[in-house]
Design a protein. Structure first.
Lengths: 404, 122
């Protein structure tokens, strides 16, 4: 073998062997009959950040396929398990930290509401909009209400604090299993189920959507409501959804995607990638894919009745409303309204105390709620920007698993 | 975690051919009373792996379930109550689920199983 992993600088020639670990990102195949590759660049994209500590760690990429014999052809690489485990940890901790706050203000559904386009909504409309989102998704996928055909076993992939699980279990008088990476969410979900008398109908596990702890073909309805964004390996994610679906069962994926690429595009524009990166960092999201990518994955698994739609217009009021609710957070708002002290009747004092209050508010917010939550909150305007620019799409993709 | 859930969980560790059923290591069992629902039990019965349920309930300290069961037994009220008790009312609060092939333990804390796999098990 010429060259070695640790000296993979540009110009090095390596004999490629399957699974040979490399720290390179661009290679050129120079051999025609033998897989001999030349390293074109050792780019910094091999590094990632541990979300918890901020320490940079090296991603290891493995050459998984050699395609073509032309120059500059990108090798298909896989991000190894260590990077995935830190992402998982980041996701779990993000939700461990922020679930309680969300529930306080928004209730037990941790997903977008479904609104009439260009409508103006008040805070009280959001809960019914979130319910409507569930109903519209079921309708889009043609899930039957008929007692003989309605789902009996449901899996809620990325279940949050179990809002969907409980709603669906109640609606169809079915059993629902929920999985989440966050132990805090799983506990809360089970507690809410017990409080609502659904303890025997729904149960929650801490588990990985990419390795669901269920046997094949268990569920009539496979439900993924705004969890797909967190999956670092979309192909594995979709594979698992299909695996656990029962023959004849329905799969519903509601998720954030980026816009479909045009036939001539190889990737998003640099400024688009930059915007997505900011959001990814704050919300613990891995790389995004497009709606078309999901459709392709479902097609490759021979799933039937594949339908996809762009529902971005129906969720537009959501992020502005979330921002507003964060700014008028109950406790702080009531504190300001209380007007306990006579001192506040003086306008100068009012302005001064308001500024002081804002500073204290931000610091207190960050300290009590945790930096992860703040980071998430600060990224919300980026979501709005993404939607406005047509870069971010709110997508629904549904299909059916063949019966035989 | 009740045995109804246990009946659906399996170990998906890389290399394992049959990760079902998971063995149970008991630290704390709790019995919670739940209203009896005959229709629910009748619907669930064909979907339950009976042997796994019997084994699991014995590990949890309940020995009343018959070794084998057929749907005709659903007509017996006594059978239904035992079925109900084992399936719905027994909870593993603390303990572990054990992969039948590798012996790897999945912890159960406050009734919630943690089925996350480690890096080398994927």
């Amino acid at each position: 073998m010429v060259g070695s992993c640790s000296s993979c600088k540009s110009g090095t020639t390596l004999q490629w062997a399957p699974g040979h670990p490399t720290f390179i990102s661009r290679v050129q195949i120079i051999g025609r009959n033998e897989p001999v590759v030349q390293v074109l660049s050792s780019a910094g994209s091999d590094w990632t950040k541990d979300f918890g500590t901020g320490i940079r760690i090296r991603k290891r990429r493995y050459i998984t396929a050699v395609s073509g014999s032309g120059g500059g052809r990108r090798m298909r690489t896989t991000v190894n398990a260590a990077a995935t485990e830190t992402l998982q940890k980041g996701i779990a901790e993000f939700y461990d930290e922020s679930s309680g706050i969300w529930e306080n203000i928004w209730g037990d559904h941790m997903h977008h509401g479904f609104y009439e386009p260009d409508s103006s909504v008040s805070l009280s409309d959001h809960r019914s909009a979130q319910i409507r989102m569930i109903e519209e998704a079921l309708r889009f996928a043609s899930v039957s209400d008929d007692p003989m055909q309605k789902p009996g076993q449901i899996v809620d992939v990325g279940c949050g604090i179990g809002g969907s699980s409980r709603y669906l279990a109640r609606k169809y008088e079915a059993r629902s299993q929920g999985i989440t990476l966050s132990p805090v969410q799983a506990q809360r979900a089970q507690a809410l189920a017990a409080a609502q008398g659904l303890d025997d109908k729904v149960s929650f596990q801490v588990a990985d959507a990419l390795n669901q702890p269920f046997q094949d073909g268990q569920f009539d309805l496979v439900w993924s409501m705004e969890s797909g964004e967190h999956m670092p390996d979309k192909s594995k994610f979709v594979n698992e959804l299909a695996r656990v679906a029962a023959p004849g069962g329905t799969i519903i994926i509601v998720t954030w995607c980026h816009r479909n690429l045009s036939p001539t595009e190889e990737s998003l524009r640099p400024e688009e990638k930059e915007l997505l990166n900011k959001i990814c960092d704050a919300f613990y999201l891995p790389a995004w894919c497009s709606t078309a990518d999901y459709v392709k994955l479902l097609e490759s698994l021979s799933l039937q009745d594949i339908k996809a739609a762009d529902w971005s217009a129906y969720v537009a009021p959501f992020w502005p409303a979330v921002i507003k609710s964060a700014l008028t957070w109950k406790g702080i708002a009531s504190l300001l309204r209380s007007g306990k002290s006579n001192v506040l009747y003086n306008p100068i004092n009012r302005i001064f105390s308001f500024i002081l209050f804002l500073v204290v508010y931000v610091v207190l917010f960050a300290w009590i709620l945790g930096w992860k939550t703040i980071k998430g909150a600060l990224a919300m305007p980026f979501m709005i920007e993404g939607y406005k620019k047509g870069l971010i799409k709110f997508a629904i993709i549904t299909c059916r698993k063949p019966v035989s | 975690m009740r045995l109804l859930t246990h009946n659906m969980l399996s170990s998906n560790i890389k290399g394992v051919t049959n990760g079902f059923p998971l063995l149970i290591e008991v630290e704390k069992v709790v019995e919670k009373q739940v209203d009896f629902n005959e229709d629910f039990l009748r619907n669930m019965f064909p979907k339950i792996e009976w042997k796994a349920l019997v084994e699991a309930s014995r590990t949890m300290g309940y020995t009343e379930l018959p070794e084998n069961a057929e749907s005709s037994m659903l007509d017996s009220d006594e059978f239904l109550r035992k079925f109900h008790h084992a399936l719905i009312e027994l909870h593993l609060e603390e303990g572990a689920l054990v992969c039948p092939e590798t012996g790897r333990k999945f912890p159960v804390n406050k009734g919630i199983p943690n089925m996350l796999l480690h890096e080398d098990e994927v």
